[in-house]
Design a protein around this ligand. Sequence first.
Ligand code: SF4
Ligand code: SF4
Length: 104
Amino acid sequence: MPRQPEGPIKAPGDKTVRCLLGPVACVFDATPTGVWRIERPEAGPRCNYCGICAMYCPPGVINTDKEERLFSIDWDYCKGCGICANVCPHDNLTMVPERGTAVG
Ligand code: SF4
Ligand code: SF4
């Protein structure tokens, strides 16, 4: 089996991201998860675009910009882990069931 790359890797959209290994030794940042994610963070009205959630998001899929008042998530790669919702100091993110997920 080939070794996983150890340095920064290119993600979709030509983003350079850290190379983290996931539970089954795949590159954590490189697996589209929109299909199997069971929860997603839903943003409320209290965001001040501080970017703390983006710093803690393991696959680095949150994009914030204070000047532009921008907050966005790349849903193709969000894992639904809930870390962003836990670290937000303004309780702006709530984990909600993924719409359209066939469970049970
Ligand atoms: S941590 Fe909370 S307030 Fe800060 S950018 Fe993220 S959602 Fe917005
Ligand atoms: S749920 Fe996890 S992967 Fe998705 S945006 Fe939040 S921290 Fe990132």
